[in-house]
Design a protein around this ligand. Structure first.
Ligand code: FES
Length: 124
């Protein structure tokens, strides 16, 4: 079992529990924390949207749409699964940094995640 820093680190899952493309909301803090597995990389974010307080982790993850003149519609999706979109008004946030292009000064909280042995540990 991993040694935890008291009061700050939380074992939130076993390593195989959150499959790539999936997430889990754990009861840390007032709104909970969403822990995401994106192709084996873990991210943790507050389950709270800074726009109007929506349950951010109930939203869907997708990639980012960028211009590509060679594609039908003139755009393509890149970095699939690396962005979470709020279910209320579809603001998108980058899981890794918590930033949003909608209103850059309103980024969300992110938390460090590490895997130690069979445990996924969030520092929050
Ligand atoms: S509450 Fe999340 S986008 Fe409006």
């Amino acid at each position: 079992m991993a040694e935890l820093a008291r009061g700050r680190e939380h074992v939130v899952a076993t390593a195989g529990e959150i499959a790539p493309g999936e997430h889990k909301v754990v009861p840390i803090g007032r709104y909970g924390v969403g822990v995401y597995n994106v192709d084996g990389r873990y991210y943790a974010i507050a389950n709270y949207c800074p726009h109007e307080g929506g349950p951010l982790c109930a939203g869907r993850t997708k990639g980012q749409t960028v211009a590509d003149a060679d594609r039908p519609g003139g755009a393509k999706e890149v970095r699939p699964g690396e962005f979470i979109y709020c279910p209320w008004h579809q603001w998108g946030f980058e899981l890794a940094t918590g930033t949003t292009a909608v209103k850059p000064e309103w980024s969300i909280r992110t938390y460090p995640v590490r895997v130690e042995g069979d445990e996924v540990i969030v520092s929050a």
